[in-house]
Write a protein that binds this ligand. Structure first.
Ligand code: ZN
Length: 601
């Protein structure tokens, strides 16, 4: 299948690579280092204006939209324990307490994550250090972490009145605590946090933690935020392809930031601009179209910009988007390696080949996180990349760095120290090469370079794991296994035909038919692997396990009798959904050889 991943137009790829330069991207980085790009502020607007002016200068067609986004900007926090004041900051979407604040007893709860997993990808369980059930009503809860994974909702449901996060190191990292993805709708609005949530740094937090464990400790907490609907510029450049202009690749990243956010994400904004420049210059050699988007509302609106785009253009994305590529924190200081790179399984071998060809490096990756403007999983878009290059693991260890969610592993991430030193010109150029190679091949290769046999293979091991864990307590998994077998057999036939088609013309109806099939497969199989809600809805911003409908099988053994019944019912419905999707996907693969085009439904 390697041919599917190689460039069908090596000379175009070479020309694009040769034209890459750091002039335009580095000027953007320098200018953005003077702008604190909070959403809805003047600095964000200046940044948007700059991007738009640059696109004008290069004659790149683009739209500047002005959506109303729901934003929460942290202003200040105050924490007093007995007579001591502790430096603190509120998380976006914490409630504002008013000047009187709240007071209460502080209770420490431990966050437990499965052994060996990264703290950024899994949902912790919260337990008291003694292991006993603790009544948290009217308490202020103290936990460790960054505060992104929905603890506010967890504790407010149990009656807590406030939440304090202890960050891992000396820095206080900014962040967001709502689980609502993008703008709230009637289903998600009730999940908006109803308690104040603040962060303190590691040394202060550990001191507070040991105090709390040895004596009853009272604290007073004040949080102030500005929350509301604000117009934020959202920019989309469109470079039209020559042969199949209606089909497009979406490449995107957020341009709002915490502070001046150079590593997260001025470097990404610079990358998007340089990609727009070189691909526009070579637009006559592009078979399909490229849409390049700069989102506002990521940091303080929980992906509000990309979600607005997914909502507003949902039908067109569903019909014609080939895949989505998220660009966040490339080209950072010391970030020379490619591991833990995000991709969906069907894009894995393509991404590995792209990184090898562009940089000579061997990449490894992981299932994409429920984060980083992946606002398109419910529509069913294949996605790859989010964060790209990282500091070598040995270097992280040598420096004593803890895992962070961007900046190539530099712990200045989400702090006022994420300044211009975090960007690295050589690393940025190397990452730019990766994006050029990836984009060029998706746009120009006759057959889309995604292999759904790899996803089917992953489904098999996910299902086996769940079925085994559920054991006799669970539902009957056999309908899912049987449907998966039918799907695998049809995919084998589809991809053996594709193997003979890599030299075909983009305009060949046979090529169009298999590409339609590939898009249809993504629309059917990605939602069951990443979502539990409807196609044009979205998921809470908490970690999502593979085939999430069936994941509760991992816990069924520990449940009470009532909960076992409930879980079994849940699994039965999930098995129906999954098996039905497998069979629909098998039909898509089977029908594609009839050469008639079946556009995504
Ligand atoms: Zn980011």
């Amino acid at each position: 299948m390697d041919k599917l991943y190689e460039s069908a137009k090596p000379s175009v790829e070479d020309a694009l690579l040769k034209d890459l330069s750091l002039d335009v991207p580095w000027s953007l980085i320098e200018y953005f280092s003077t702008l604190k790009r909070d959403s809805g502020t003047e600095d964000e607007r200046k940044a948007a204006h700059y991007i738009s002016e640059q696109l004008n200068k290069f004659g790149i067609p683009h739209q500047v939209y002005e959506p109303d986004l729901f934003i929460s900007l942290p202003v200040s926090a105050y924490l007093r324990v007995e007579n001591q004041e502790i430096n603190a900051r509120p998380l976006s979407f914490s409630v504002s307490t008013g000047a009187q604040g709240i007071s209460g007893e502080v209770v420490y709860m431990q966050s437990v994550i499965p052994e060996g997993s990264s703290p950024l990808g899994v949902q912790p369980r919260y337990v008291s250090p003694s292991g006993e059930e603790v009544d948290v009503r009217d308490k202020i809860i103290l936990v460790e972490g960054f505060g992104f994974e929905g603890a506010a909702y967890h504790f407010e449901q149990r009656g807590a009145k406030g939440l304090i996060y202890i960050n891992p190191g000396e820095y206080i990292h900014s962040g967001i605590c709502t689980t609502i993805w993008g703008a709230p709708d009637l289903d998600s609005a009730p999940r908006q946090p109803k308690i104040p949530v603040i962060v303190i740094n590691g040394p202060d937090g550990q001191a507070l933690k040991s105090r709390v464990s040895s004596e009853k400790t009272e604290a007073k907490l004040i949080a102030e935020l500005r929350e509301g609907w604000v117009q934020c510029p959202l920019i989309v450049a469109e470079i039209e392809g020559q042969l199949e202009p209606e089909r497009f690749l979406l490449v995107h990243g957020h341009y709002d930031s915490w502070y001046v956010g150079i590593g997260d994400n001025a470097v990404g904004n610079a990358t998007l601009l340089e990609l727009a420049r070189v691909f526009n210059k070579h637009r006559k050699e592009l078979s399909r179209s490229l849409k390049i988007a700069w989102w506002p509302g990521h940091s303080t609106g929980r992906y509000a910009g990309s979600t607005w785009f997914a909502d507003t253009f949902g039908l067109s994305l569903q019909q014609n988007c080939i895949a989505q590529v998220n660009i966040d924190s490339p080209g950072c200081r010391w970030a020379t390696e490619y591991y833990d790179v995000s991709w969906m399984k069907e894009a894995e071998n393509f991404c590995i080949k792209v990184i090898k060809d562009a940089t000579g490096k061997i990449a490894s990756g992981r299932r994409s996180l429920q984060a980083g403007d992946y606002s398109f999983n419910n529509i069913g878009l294949t996605g790859f990349f989010m964060l790209l290059s990282s500091m070598p693991r040995e270097l992280l260890q040598e420096k004593g760095y803890y895992p962070v969610g961007g900046c190539g592993g530099n712990i200045e991430w989400h702090t006022e120290y994420d300044t211009i030193e975090i960007a690295d010109p050589d690393n940025l150029m190397r990452d730019l090469r990766v994006y050029v190679v990836a984009l060029q091949r998706v746009i120009n290769n006759p057959v889309h370079p995604f292999d759904f046999r790899d996803l089917a293979h992953e489904f098999r091991s996910t299902l086996s794991n769940y079925a085994e864990n559920a054991g006799n307590e669970g539902a009957d998994f056999s309908p899912a296994f049987e449907a998966l077998e039918r799907l695998e057999s049809e995919l084998n036939k589809l991809y053996s035909r594709i193997g003979e088609m890599t030299d075909y013309d983009v305009k060949d109806p046979k090529v169009r038919a298999v590409n339609d099939a590939i898009l249809n497969l993504s629309r059917l199989l990605i939602p069951i692997n990443f979502t539990r809600h409807g196609r044009f809805r979205n998921e809470p911003s908490i970690p999502v396990p593979p085939l999430p409908d069936l994941a509760p099988s991992l816990e069924i053994g520990e449940s009470s009798e009532h909960l076992r019944h409930v879980t079994r019912t849940h699994l039965q419905r999930g098995i129906n959904r999954v098996a039905f999707a497998f069979d629909e996907a098998a039909k898509v693969a089977r029908n594609s050889h009839q050469q008639n085009s079946h556009p995504p439904r």
